[in-house]
Structure formats: C-alpha cells, structure tokens
Design a binder for this molecule. Sequence first.
Ligand code: PEP
Ligand code: MN
Length: 336
Amino acid sequence: MIIILKPAASESEIAMLRGELAGRGLAVQEIQGESTFMLGLAGDTSMLSEDSFMRHEFVERVMKVSEPYKLAGRRFHPQDSVYDVAGRRIGGGAFCVMAGPCSVETEEQVLSIARDVKNSGADFLRGGAFKPRSSPYSFQGLGLDGLELLKIAREKTGLPIVTEIMSQEHADVFRAEVDIIQVGARNMQNFPLLKDVGRLGRPVLLKRGLSSTIDEMLMAADYILTSGSSPVILCERGIRTFETATRNTLDLSAIPVIKKKSHLPVIVDPSHGTGYWDLVFPMSLAAVAAGADGLMIEVHNQPANALCDGQQSITPFLFDRLMRKIERLHDAMADN
Ligand code: PEP
Ligand code: MN
C-alpha cells in the first residue's frame, strides 16, 4: 500500500502517521516523487482499509500495491538504486565485474588469479570458501580457512571480496570480513538465512534460484530488505529448463524485465548460466548489451585441475581479452 500525502502535510502530521503505521507493525519507506511525497508500507496490509487513512485531512490518496514484493519494486523506489561498495560503484550506469575461482583452493592459486583479474580491471574478487555442492562427496570448500585466504588476497591486491554464506552460524564473521555477501541459488528461498543476512547491514548478492521466477527472486529480496538496511544486488545465473545442451538456460530477458519491475542493480553470471567456458565470452557480451549492471565470472589459472567448475572457468588470458571487449561494448552503448 502507498499513501500519497498532500503537499501541505506538515512534519508533525507525517510523524503522527508514521507512528500509527509503526504501531501496526508495518515498515515504512519514504518515497519522494517529482511533486509528491509518499509513504510506502511493507508488511501485512491485507487488513488495512484505504478509508482509515483517507480520514486524515493531509492524505491525498491511497493505492493498493498488487505486486507480491514491495521494497524491491519500482513503485516504492522509482529511481535506480546505486551503491558504493568499498569505493566501487554498482548500478546507475557503472559496470562492475566480479571475477575469480569457483572455489578457493590454495594461497598461491587465489593470489595468482586475484592479481591477474585485478590487472585486467576486475572490481571484485569472487571465490567460494563454503561451497554448496550437489554431491556430498565433492570438494566442499575450505570453509573459514578459505575466507582467510580471500582476506590475504584482498590485502595483497586491494580487491574487495565476494563470497557465499551458507549458514547463519557464520553471520558475524561474514559481517566483519566480507565486502559482498553472496546468497547462492540454492539458498534463494532459505527465508531464515535471508532475514539474518538482511540484519547484517552489508551488501548482499542474491542469486536467482535454480527454478525460481523473477517475482520469487524479488520476494526473496524483500525478505532481506525488510529485515534491515542491507543493499541488495540481484544476479541472473540461469534456470533449469528442458534444454540439456547447457548446464542452465541463461535468462537474459530477466535483465530488462527486472529493470522494469525493480530498482535493484542486476548482474549476470554466464559461468553457471551456461556451464561451458567457451560460452562465457559471447554470453557476457550479450549481458552487457541487454543492460546488465555487471558480471560475475569464474576465472581459473589451471581450469583442467580446478577442484570445482573447471569446465566453465575461463583462463586469465581469455578474461583479459573479454574485459577489453566489454569496455568497448559498454562505452559504445553509453554513447546512445
Ligand atoms: C557460485 O557462485 O559459486 C555458485 C555456487 O553459484 P550458484 O549459487 O548460482 O549455483
Ligand atoms: Mn562455481
């Protein structure tokens, strides 16, 4: 529900209304339009009648929001969200690239890849310490030791780090140590985890669930946004379809669809989205052309020996070529 106030509404009237709404357990977001001031209500508004608010003389109009998500939606926040994370701009026409190995394996491995992707112009180092593997017999990641190696790589290269959280028990460590906390596809609807991560006040990269609709992803974003002040970045990483030629079907139409529905930045992961290293290059360019705010790319210095996802990892050499191409494409698009 959105309450549109008359231009003459005073500070004290607005404060009184905010108090009334808070008393009903609703989260309130202020929306400053070009000529109007509105309050967006998130929470259970099903029992509220428009009439009860229209009784206030300073209320102009009340609108029910039909979308199942609110804070992630454009109605609540018409302008694009733009974040500054460790000095890197995300959204608002900037293009950010997160690159690195699927899993952190050794200090030499992560440092070598971090240096290479930094030299090629990556903005963030990605690397899994806690790995959500489909098989319990596969390499599960180095856990907290892996996080220590990411911290060393950050210190040596200056690249901020993005890594996946899998359990609430690590919330405090992630809040203290991680620049962008990734919630993986398998946890997109782990609602207790989303709420806990939302309370950390740190940027969150929310990946689309394996078989989730765009609306479900935006509702998952609302779980994070209603729990605190964590900025949310969305990530399209492919979905399950009947097609087996690729690991997932990378849904690039999700980018303009999300941009219509939501103000949150959207990045694309062509590595998990396709499952094959030779598809990463063309699909990265396609993501730029479709209006993505950035990319997450798996890069490995020895893909054939990678402990996880080597078949979809590109080499630092190819990553460098890709970065040059992305820069040119992004610039060409900005000219229009
Ligand atoms: C990852 O980015 O390492 C990962 C496991 O991705 P997803 O959750 O999209 O499968
Ligand atoms: Mn991976």
